[in-house]
Design a protein around this ligand. Sequence first.
Ligand code: HEC
Ligand code: HEC
Length: 310
Amino acid sequence: MTAWHERIDGAWAKPGSLRLSGRWVLAVMATGWLCWAGPVAGQDPVQFFRQNCVSCHTIGGGRLTGPDLKNVEQRKDRQWLVRFLLDPPAVIQSGDPYALQLKGEARGVIMPKLAGMTPEALLDLIVAESKLEKSQFAGLQIPDEPFRPEQIQRGREYFLGHRPLSQGGPPCLHCHTVRGLGLLGGGRLGPDLTRVFERLQGRRGLASWLLAPATPTMRSLFQAQPLRTNDELLELVAFLEDSVKRGGEADWSSSLALFMLGLAGSVAGLVLVDTLWRGRFSGVRRRLVAATAHSRLSRSSVPASDPAEL
Ligand code: HEC
Ligand code: HEC
């Protein structure tokens, strides 16, 4: 089996494999959107919540990207919540003050529209889980101590595809970049992940998000082949936390680097061609000049030698 990184590295060199991976990415996206659009028949709310909500919410485990949903109906009435769950972006866009406050607390992240389950069934589940001492949706426990350098390093290797993911998930570099990956950066299909650790509210937020991504592409990639919690997931989070600590913004430099590389390539090519052709040209010219000089010489010597030779 070819390792992922060999395919990526090869992709830069071989146009055929680049086309192949492009087609593959399109296929994944299409599947993602298809699964996304259609409601899942006969699914129960518990399963639906596990697949669509735990990436951003706990019930009684503190906030992740979205607020802790414990006792949400004591904060806001059901009618409002139903309307919100049917189309969160629309409610936020309508300028609803409570929704805007939630969005502010979520650092601008907007909850996606999640079709396939009635809001009432989900709210019933949240109410029932809120009453329990410990809900099954209390969320991941992530250690607080600083990550070790080797964890960050392994996360980087998973990201680049130098170390294959145990469940066979594709390396992040296919579609994402983070600052400081070197000259060629990474894919541009997904967002730049340089500051995603902050955006998704730290270790627990990011880890929970990655464990059950609720966006179409990521979900189609990692739902069937989830990251292993006790190492892969933590190590990727360690790498992305480190990326924020190293600072800087989205990695414009790698696209600039690509551009400069292209430019440098063309200039080098021109210089090379010029040098080769100048050599060739003057070589030809010198021979022509020599030949002309020779024939002129022999022509000029013709009259003199003519009588004798004839
Ligand atoms: C990508 C992250 C994300 C996913 C997935 C997500 N939410 Fe949310 N949710 C949020 C955010 C962020 C908010 C705060 C409002 C905003 O910024 O959109 C929110 C707000 C809410 C609220 C209102 C909370 C309050 O305090 O009033 C409810 C209820 C809710 N979500 C339920 C759900 C349910 C049920 C699911 C699964 C079907 C779900 N969410 C999936 C991010 C998410
Ligand atoms: C085939 C392309 C592809 C691969 C491979 C991929 N992603 Fe993504 N990712 C996306 C896309 C596209 C999005 C935007 C949301 C969506 O459509 O799913 C995204 C979104 C994300 C987000 C949310 C970003 C945000 O700002 O909200 C995170 C975090 C993320 N990916 C992490 C990863 C990690 C970690 C890996 C590797 C283990 C990975 N992705 C592999 C395509 C990919």
